[in-house]
Write a protein that binds this ligand. Structure first.
Ligand code: ZN
Length: 335
């Protein structure tokens, strides 16, 4: 499978809904548009088909420059349009489009082939910076993620806001692959469908198009809250969980997502257990080691935190928890 590359786009792209994009781009498509500065910005959207904010921001950006010259060349990857047609993160038959990029743990497949073609194409175009736009389902603030602690990467992230997350896992994400060739960020723009998210992403993308260079000096410590992901937490596949069904192995607290980006004290309960003999979660650190026992314990039929930590990406969406993960745990890095 070859990536489809185009240098102009159908007019319908300027106004269609994300779910109708599949009719225009039935396969993964990379659009290149020329600008005054030839070194392109690379933007990927809809790597997760239900995360439409990036698509709506790109649509607004394309509308803005219909008659105007772009300040810088722009390459846009329209990701999982098949999943977008159904309003899903991915189809069950597909890999996650944000786990297929060079560095991935997945076996070679058509999607990993396309992702590595895109990186090669953008490397040959001397890509200036890379931005991958996402939403999440839980109650989270807007933040940018980076995979390299380099001043230019921190500057690019800090342009989006003061909240920045540095992570090395999961493997195979777009921003980690591009971090090898240019400053790269992942944007988390809150829930899909919020006008504020589209406004924020659009303003950021437009600002980035106007950047002539990224500063190499450190971000001022008073302008940034930088966190490092220390663990990814999943529910063990053979355990049931719910926010409402009291017969499940783990009954979560319905206020769970209020813990996102909040310092949570050791001893805090996340939910009620049917069986105290083992922890129904699997926490994995940045080296891929099982660290479940460092972070969680069972006590009084409750699942409790064992140490102070800050969660992100907690959601009440049971399908997302199964398809992706329960949450990430973080700690602050001083800059
Ligand atoms: Zn996403």
């Amino acid at each position: 499978m070859q990536i489809k590359q185009i240098e102009s786009y159908p007019n319908a792209l300027l106004s269609c809904a994300a779910k109708d994009l599949h009719a225009l781009f039935p396969q993964p498509t990379l659009l290149h548009l020329p600008g005054k500065n030839p070194q392109p910005i690379f933007i990927s959207i809809l790597l997760h088909g239900n995360e439409t904010t990036g698509f709506m921001a790109i649509q607004r950006l394309l509308n803005k420059y219909v008659q105007l010259a772009l300040p810088r060349s722009l390459s846009v990857f329209f990701g999982n349009t098949r999943a977008a047609a159904l309003g899903l993160r991915r189809l069950d038959s597909q890999p996650d489009y944000n786990r297929i990029w060079p560095g991935t743990e997945l076996a070679h497949c058509p999607e990993t082939h396309i992702a590595s073609q895109i990186v090669d194409i953008m490397r040959s175009k001397k890509v200036f910076a890379s931005i991958d736009v996402h939403n999440n389902t839980g109650l989270n603030p807007h933040y940018a993620c980076i995979n390299k602690l380099d001043n230019r990467y921190l500057q690019l992230a800090n342009l989006f806001g003061r909240l920045v997350v540095y992570f090395l896992r999961p493997l195979g994400v777009q921003s980690a692959a591009f971090a090898e060739i240019c400053p790269a960020v992942t944007l988390e723009c809150g829930r899909p469908g919020q006008q504020y998210g589209v406004d924020h992403a659009f303003a950021y993308l437009n600002d980035c198009l106007h950047l002539t260079e990224l500063a190499t000096h450190p971000v001022h410590s008073q302008d940034i809250d930088l966190f490092h992901t220390t663990a990814q937490v999943k529910i063990k596949e053979d355990r049931s969980f719910s926010f409402s069904d009291t017969s499940s192995d783990l009954l979560f607290d319905q206020q769970l997502e209020r813990m996102n980006f909040t310092e949570i004290a050791a001893g805090t309960s996340l939910g009620i257990l049917q069986d105290m003999s083992s922890i129904p979660l699997l926490a994995t650190d940045e080296q891929g080691e099982n660290v479940t026992e460092q972070y969680f314990k069972t006590e009084n039929m409750q699942l409790q935190l064992k140490k102070n930590t800050m969660p992100s990406m907690l959601t009440l969406d049971e399908h997302v928890i199964r398809q992706d993960c329960l949450c990430y745990l973080m700690e602050r890095i001083q800059v």
